[in-house]
Design a protein around this ligand. Structure first.
Ligand code: CP
Length: 326
């Protein structure tokens, strides 16, 4: 197995099966620190730099909280408008990260351009963690989700997945890559063009990702309606279909977003009538109306646990790439 020390975490396409399990092992070891709301000194001499060119609640703050839990330091920006990258200069990724690498030991970057963290990794001598890039990938979120499945179901292999939502979404691409390393069939349910409103975009899994998934041996299918696939599912992963354009730096909603059609909603009624009683629901959040709030307290819901695990997973990744754990 390759060492994680000094490694960039850019994509799950590059992740090997035993590397997933090593990350999960480290997460499990560090979990009590977060569970007991304590701080340790594992990364006391290290600093995390956050470079967020797009809004975030969970990804940035979970990385920051993880660093604090491990006794480390945090600096960075949550809005590029306050930097030279977001003003008149439009400073390049190269010039920006060649500064940031002097301010800390690891950089977590979210960007509206697919591939921006990969570009940063070309120039930085410290590890780059991809915190979500345009319609690209979101590897730390899906590591969190797989860890949640492992903790909640006791295994990953042999479970059937249903993924519902906008398949342009970066989490969906990291998920597809990740499941190539496990025995996990998956069904994707997403709206085709014009399904939501006149001229609504095509949200089916892009052909380029499907070609990759086939090449890497993912067992996947597509369905039109959640009702066609939910009865078989052990893990139901949901993302919105009413959502912003992730290729924009900031997409502010004007007026009502509209309602999510039933084909892409997981309601309490649907769960009660069709889902396995021991299935679990994941949602990386934020949500719109695709999971009504009355699902939150059902026995299927695991998205709050997933949110807690988001801190634990970032603790594991930071400890590994900074060489505090091997
Ligand atoms: N799940 C997730 O990426 O949330 P944020 O956009 O709030 O970081």
């Amino acid at each position: 197995m390759r060492s994680f020390m000094g490694r960039d975490i850019l994509s799950l396409k590059e992740f090997e099966r035993q590397e997933f399990f090593r990350v999960f092992e480290i997460a499990e070891q560090l979990e009590p620190i977060a569970r007991n709301r304590r701080n340790s000194d594992l990364l006391a001499d290290k600093t995390l730099v956050t470079a967020f060119y797009q809004p975030s609640t969970r990804t940035r703050l979970a990385h920051e909280a993880a660093m604090h839990r491990l006794g480390g330091h945090v600096t960075g920006f949550s809005d590029s408008k306050m930097t030279r990258a977001g003003d008149w200069y439009q400073e390049s990724i190269k010039d920006t990260v060649k500064m940031l690498e002097f301010y800390g030991d690891v950089i977590v970057m979210r960007h509206f351009q697919m591939g921006a963290p990969h570009e940063a990794a070309k120039w930085a001598s410290v590890p780059i963690i991809n915190g979500g890039d345009g319609w690209g990938e979101h590897p730390t979120q899906i590591l969190t989700d797989l860890y949640t499945v492992l903790r909640e179901k006791g295994r990953i292999d042999g479970l059937k997945w249903l993924a519902v939502g906008d398949m342009r979404m970066r989490t969906m691409h990291s998920l597809g890559y990740a499941l190539t390393q496990f025995d996990c069939p998956i069904t994707f349910v997403a709206p085709p063009a014009n399904a939501l409103f006149d001229n609504s975009p095509d949200m089916l899994m892009p052909e380029s990702f499907k070609a990759d998934f086939r090449q890497y041996g993912l067992n996947f299918a597509e369905a039109e309606h959640v009702e066609q696939a939910i009865a078989e599912a052990d893990v139901i992963l949901v993302e919105p279909v009413m959502q912003p354009d992730y290729t924009k730096e900031r997409d502010v909603r004007k007026g009502d977003a509209g309602f999510t059609p039933d084909n892409y909603r997981i309601t309490r009624e649907l769960l009660t009538s069709k889902a396995k009683s021991n299935a679990i629901i994941l949602h990386s959040l934020p949500r719109m109306d695709e999971i009504p709030t009355d699902v939150d307290i059902t026995h299927w819901s695991r998205y709050w646990q997933e949110a807690f695990n988001g801190v634990v997973m970032r603790m594991a990744l930071l400890a590994l790439v900074l060489g505090a754990m091997e």
